[in-house]
Ligand binder design. Structure first.
Ligand SMILES: C[S@@+](CC[C@H](N)C(=O)[O-])C[C@H]1O[C@@H](n2cnc3c(N)ncnc32)[C@H](O)[C@@H]1O
Length: 215
């Protein structure tokens, strides 16, 4: 019952490589930069991951980065994917999608490279893509303390549904959860403006990302 109420109250709309640029920036700017100063396994958080398209897109982008730069992340990288919806997480964790769902926004090249057919029009993300993603049920209204620190947080297309007060509260805690020099990536219609001054805006054309201010 609780699950049905949550699903009815929230939109789970998502896409592979949604808006394209955040994932290109992740692969071409953020990962190479973080790799230069890597002192631990990189931790990436997909906060509000819906049915898994965002964390698996991050994992594919990471894999493409590693292919272009073998040994580029000697200490590795892991992705934590959280959502409030248990049913979305179950779907995400299976890594299985209908061909039509893949075709909505994933190139056929990436589909062939990163998924394998399961029969009956279903495809499953390959083990190398699933293995670095861990799923956990998490309400963004909860404390993040138990999740540890992150190098990159993707929190896209969910804060728009929250009150300004709740947004401020969550953004403050994102700032605390990020490593110095970490990155926060929001949805293309979202911004920290008017909510907090804890972040610097970094323009990486054609998008904008955020970094916690260094005190
Ligand atoms: C529109 S989807 C966005 C998915 C993905 N981030 C993207 O941009 O494609 C919003 C997701 O936020 C989740 N959500 C809503 N309220 C939440 C909360 N309080 N804590 C965690 N997740 C929440 C929903 O279950 C849904 O999966």
């Amino acid at each position: 019952m609780r699950e049905r109420v949550i699903d009815a109250m929230t939109t789970n709309e998502t896409l592979w490589f949604r808006d394209v640029h955040p994932f290109e920036i992740f692969k071409q700017v953020i990962l190479p930069e973080l790799a230069l100063r890597q002192k631990h396994t990189l931790r990436i958080w997909s906060a509000a991951c819906s049915s898994g398209q965002e964390p698996y897109s991050l994992s594919m982008a990471l894999q493409e980065y590693l292919w272009s730069k073998p040994g580029g992340l000697p200490l590795g990288a892991e992705i934590l994917a959280t959502d409030i919806s248990a049913s979305m997480l179950k779907e995400a964790q299976s890594g299985v999608y209908e061909a039509a769902s893949l075709a909505r926004s994933l190139s056929s090249e990436r589909q062939q490279r990163f998924f394998e057919p399961q029969g009956q029009g279903l495809w499953r993300a390959k083990n190398e893509i699933r293995a670095r993603v861990q799923f956990k049920e998490w309400n963004l209204k909860q404390s993040f303390g138990a999740l540890g620190k992150f190098d990159v947080i993707f929190c896209r297309n969910v804060l728009i549904y929250f009150s300004n007060e709740l947004k401020q509260y969550i953004l403050r805690r994102f700032a605390a959860a990020l490593q110095p020099y970490g990155y926060l990536v929001l949805g293309s219609s979202e911004s920290v403006a008017g909510c907090t001054d804890l972040f610097d805006m970094v323009r990486i054309e054609p998008a904008v990302v955020y970094r916690p201010k260094i005190k």
